[in-house]
Structure formats: C-alpha cells, structure tokens
Design a protein around this ligand. Structure first.
Ligand code: ARG
Length: 592
C-alpha cells in the first residue's frame, strides 16, 4: 500500500495515471478530487462529469469505466479504499477502517504531520510583507490585525515548507517627518533624553505640530523645507530622523515580543529612496509611464473601477509633480528588489482593506512592466481585512472616543485572563496563574482576530473571547489541558509510542480518526486563500469531535488493547491541537 499522507492528492494523482492509459481520456482531464459529504465517503471526484459533458459521452458510463480501470490498477488497494459510482457521474472514495488506523500508526509526531504539510509549499520562495507599520506613531488597535494575521500566515507557510523572508516594510519616509522635525526643533527637544514612552511623545509632537500648522500656515513652509533638507541628506535632519526611526523600532519590537511577531529583515520605504530612478527609467522606456501635469503616471484604462462615469480611470501616480517619490514608486522598487535579491516567486502584502486599489494598481503595473522587460513575474497577493468593531457595531474606540493603544489592550487581556484563571484554579501557584493568563489572555485576543473570516468586520467582546465555550482560545486550550490530564493520571508520556493497541472500530473512534487526517487539508485550504480562520474552524471541529469521542467511549477501560488505541487517539489529538495552536501563535498549556 502506498503511504498516503495527503489522500486527496494521492487519489487525484492515481486517477490521472489510470486515465492516462485509457483512450477515453486526454491529458486535459482533471479528476477534481475534493473532500466529500461524510455520509457518502471521504473524497469525491467530480471531474468526469464535466469532461463527459464536454466530449458528449455518457458521464455515468465513463465514470464506471474509470472505476473499473482504477480497481484493476495497483493504485487502489480494495482493503484500503472503496470506490463507488454516485449521482450523475461522481466517484466516491471511502477509506477503510484499516486505512484510517494504519494512518494513525504511521503519522504520530509533529514532524510526521509536517512531512505531509511540506509537500504544499516545498522550497517556494515567498516574501511576506508585514507588519510594516509607519514610524513615529504609537501602535493602536489598528496595528493588531497585521501583526496577528501576519505572524499566523508566516508560521503556517514556514511549516508548509516555504522559504520565507519576513520583510517588515516600515513607513519611514513620509511627509510627516517635515512637521515632526519642525516641531522638535522649535521645542528644542532632545530625543536622546526621552524615556520609555518616547514613541508616545513623538506621536504627540506630530499631532501638536500639525495643529500648530493649522493655526499658523507659514509654519507649513518651514516643515516643507525641513522635509526637503532631510531628503537631500542634511546631516542634522538625518540625525533626527535616524533617532525617530530607532525609537519607533524599539517600541515596536516590544510589541512583537509579546505578540510573537518575527521578522527577518526590516527594509523600510527609505531603503528604496535611491532605487526609484531605475523605476522611472524602465517604465518610461517601455512606454508604460507618461507625464501628466508634471507627475509621472501609469494608466490602466482597461480597469473601469478606477474611473467615474465617462471619465478616464485615475492613474497610478508614480512620481509627484515636485519630483519626489511616493508610496507607489517605493513599492515598485521594492518588488524589483525582492525579485533580484530574494528571487521571490511569491509576495504577500498585508494591510487593511483601504489599500485595495493601491495594490491592484501596483500588481497591474508590475505585470505589464515585468512582461515588457522579460522579468519572471512573482505571484502577488494582497491580504486585507475588515475592522474591529465595538458592541455598537462601530470601530472600537475608548469611551472618550480615542483609538485604543495596543499595549493597553494586551495588558487588559492579561488582567482579565488572570481573573478568570484565578477563579477557576485558586490553588495554583501565583506564578503559574500568571503564565496561564499570559497564554490565555494574549491567545484569546489573537484567536478572536484569526477565527473570523478576515475580510469581514468582527465585534470585539471580552466576554466572548475569554469564554470557555464556543470557538475560542480558552476552549481549545482547555481541550488540550484535559487530554494532558488523562496522561498525567495514567502516568504515561503522551509522546512515547503505545504498543499492544487493537484497531479502532467504534463510530466515535472512526470519526475522530477521520478528523485527524483532515489536518493537512485544513492547512492547504488556509494557505490557498491565506485565511487563517480555516485552520481555526478545523481545530474547533477537532475539539468537538474529540469531545464526542470522549463522551461516547471511555478511555481508561480495563481491556488494555482498547485502552491503548484510545490513548493513541488522545495523543494524536493532542499533537494536532498543539501544532495547530502553535501555528496560530498560541501556546498550549500543561494544565489550566
Ligand atoms: N506602512 C503602510 C501602512 O501602515 C503599510 C505598508 C504595506 N506594505 C507595502 N509594501 N506597501 O499603511
């Protein structure tokens, strides 16, 4: 029997090989294997139906001949998988108990599961652009999603074998520096003397500076001059700017540590400031960029959405009329750098939904430019999301209407989780309760963000996200802790192999075995769409299936062989749950 890590891929591949030897099929044939409605089987191939329609043959007959040929081949061991014809021309595949059991024995550790997952992205060079915040601004709740969604996607891609570069593309070259430097000089602020809250101070200086410019418009000219000085490399302004960037990085790194954000490199917008001339040249040379009112722009006339009625679509502005580079030019230079330096085959950008038009135009422009120049085009994707809402369904704010500071949100999560944990386990040592609160509190905030479909808004509710019921981090963490307690009481190490087990047979055991097999499929769905909620839903369902199994079938029975096989299922559930949570950036606990 072939060892099928990913049964749907294996079935798909085997059907292709069988069909290749049949005159009825041609190389265009796609078996279309996907998970099936569990009432009918584990997988279903529905590609015969469309193929038969296209070639005007009877789909049921064609499906039957493929089944016959498959069964005659050595690809489908009848003891492992049952094939049957269904509906207008589908083929159903039902994995046998023997198969499901063998699978549990073959795949036991995190590394075993990873060997299956690695097939999904093996060696693919991916650059993930996150969390890419702007400098000189204190992090607020709006910075939560890029960090949380980004770290989860990065971990999952890494687990699936991608060669990943986590590139923190910070916004460190904006026009805000003019105002900020003006205000810093005016108030004679010594940046070196700022304390822990240095970033909060900078944030305030900028706000005060802008307010001042409104009162005294002539200050705007001063700010503009400060910006030009900076752009031309003036040593004083450069020193101030460097200090601001440094303060910002330190403050963000503190948040990264708490949230589990990892970055490999930080190449901000400023890094590309000397790389934009090549962009202007190449885009002009191939006739893509044009001058328009002094600016350099790229038109995408074919895209109607960039236009108002009867008007030419608005262009992608790649150089401002004053000659300065902008967000578009640095992003174009960044794509080229990622291609040349990292040989990127895929680039994933994370920002909120408001930047959709920017990325659409960036991708269109890159497409045309790379094609004209003969550069290999990386696959580019924009991962965006909706807002975090309060109970009133409006973007979440503090009572006084300000944006919530990210650090305050994390501190509140810890404090609330500590209260919950202390109520539940007052006898645990204080230090352990603190550690549990860290994992539960931060984990709960992350999970709430990851478990909803990212393109939709979600309502933030402390009660819900810290609840031990429903699709929440505490529920999943508790499921793991319960399994741990079974092993603790039995004095068995869950990572040690268990011998003497009899094969699974009850409904509940089979249901759990099937669910465990679905882990890699859940990861595949997650990376195909870059939507972590698929993995969350899978883990939630696994916890539910486990709990039905636990309620239906006693684990610690006197029959040693039955006990061993049930303990094996418990150990597998623990491994998959722990691995899944880890990929979401949540630390599982021994007890809670
Ligand atoms: N700094 C930008 C912001 O905070 C996000 C940058 C995203 N990455 C990029 N390559 N444009 O909105």
């Amino acid at each position: 029997m072939p060892v099928w890590f990913n049964p749907s891929h294996t079935i798909d591949q085997a059907l292709r090989e069988v069909a290749a030897l049949m005159p009825e099929f041609d190389p265009e044939f796609d078996p279309g294997v996907r998970p099936a409605d569990p009432r009918f089987g584990d997988f279903q191939a529905n590609g015969v139906l469309s193929f038969a329609k296209k070639h005007q043959v009877n789909p049921r007959e064609l499906a039957q001949s493929l089944i016959d040929a498959a069964q005659a081949s050595n690809h489908f061991d009848p003891n492992m998988v049952e094939l049957s014809l269904a509906g207008p021309g589908f083929i159903n595949f039902k994995l046998s108990t023997a198969f499901l059991w063998q699978w549990q024995l073959d795949y036991s550790t995190k590394a075993d599961y990873q060997s299956g997952a690695m097939q999904l992205k093996s060696g693919r060079k991916v650059v993930i652009d996150y969390p890419s915040a702007n400098t000189a601004k204190q992090a607020h709740i709006g910075h939560l999603r890029p960090m949380v969604i980004g770290q989860a996607i990065a971990r999952i891609l890494d687990f699936c074998g991608a060669e990943l570069v986590r590139d923190n593309h910070i916004g460190d070259w904006g026009t805000n520096f003019g105002t900020l430097i003006m205000k810093i000089k005016r108030d004679e602020i010594d940046l070196n003397a700022l304390n822990e809250d240095a970033l909060a101070t900078l944030d305030k200086l900028y706000k005060d500076g802008s307010a001042l410019e409104k009162e005294q418009p002539d200050l705007r000219d001063i700010s503009r001059k400060e910006l030009v000085l900076l752009q031309n490399g003036d040593p004083d302004n450069t020193a101030i700017w460097e200090q601001i960037v440094k303060i910002s990085k330190i403050a963000f790194e503190q948040l990264f540590d708490q949230i589990g954000v990892e970055v490999d490199i930080t190449l901000g917008e400023s890094f590309y400031r000397n790389k934009v001339d090549r962009i202007y040249e190449e885009l002009t040379e191939i006739g893509l960029a044009e001058h328009s009112d002094g600016a350099l722009v790229v038109w995408h006339d074919e895209v109607k959405k960039f236009s108002r009625e009867n008007e030419r679509p608005y262009p992608f502005n790649i150089r401002k009329s004053d000659g300065a580079s902008n967000y578009a030019s640095t992003d174009l230079a960044t794509v080229l750098y990622r291609l040349e330096k990292f040989k990127a085959e895929e680039i994933i950008y994370l920002t909120d939904a408001r930047q959709q038009d920017h990325f659409e135009q960036l991708f269109l422009t890159t497409n045309k430019w790379f094609k004209a120049k003969g550069y290999p085009l990386p696959e580019m994707q924009h991962v965006f999301w909706g807002s975090i809402l309060g109970a009133d369904k409006k973007p979440l704010k503090t009572k006084s209407g300000e944006s919530i500071k990210l650090q305050e949100l994390l501190d509140e999560a810890r404090a609330r989780a500590y209260e919950v944990v202390t109520k539940k386990n007052p006898e645990f040592p204080e230090q352990e309760r603190k550690a549990i609160a860290e994992s539960v509190g931060i984990g709960a905030v992350k999970y709430a963000d990851l478990s909803s479909n990212r393109t939709q808004d979600y309502v933030f509710s402390w009660e819900r996200l810290l609840s031990f019921e429903g699709n929440t981090a505490p529920y999943l963490l508790y499921a793991v802790a319960r399994i741990n307690s079974i092993f603790r009481k039995a004095e068995i190490d869950p990572s040690e192999p268990l011998i003497g087990a009899s094969p699974i047979e009850t409904e509940a055991e089979l249901a759990l075995a099937r669910r465990l097999m679905g882990f890699v499929t859940a990861l595949e769905l997650t990376i195909n769409d870059l939507r972590p909620h698929f993995l969350c839903t899978y883990l939630y369902e696994l916890a539910g299936t486990y709990s039905s199994f636990y309620n239906a079938d006693k684990v610690m029975v006197s029959d040693e062989a039955v006990k061993a096989r049930r303990l094996i299922l418990c150990a597998r559930t623990r491994t998959v749950m722990q691995t899944g949570l880890e990929l979401l950036g949540i630390t599982a606990l021994e007890r809670m």
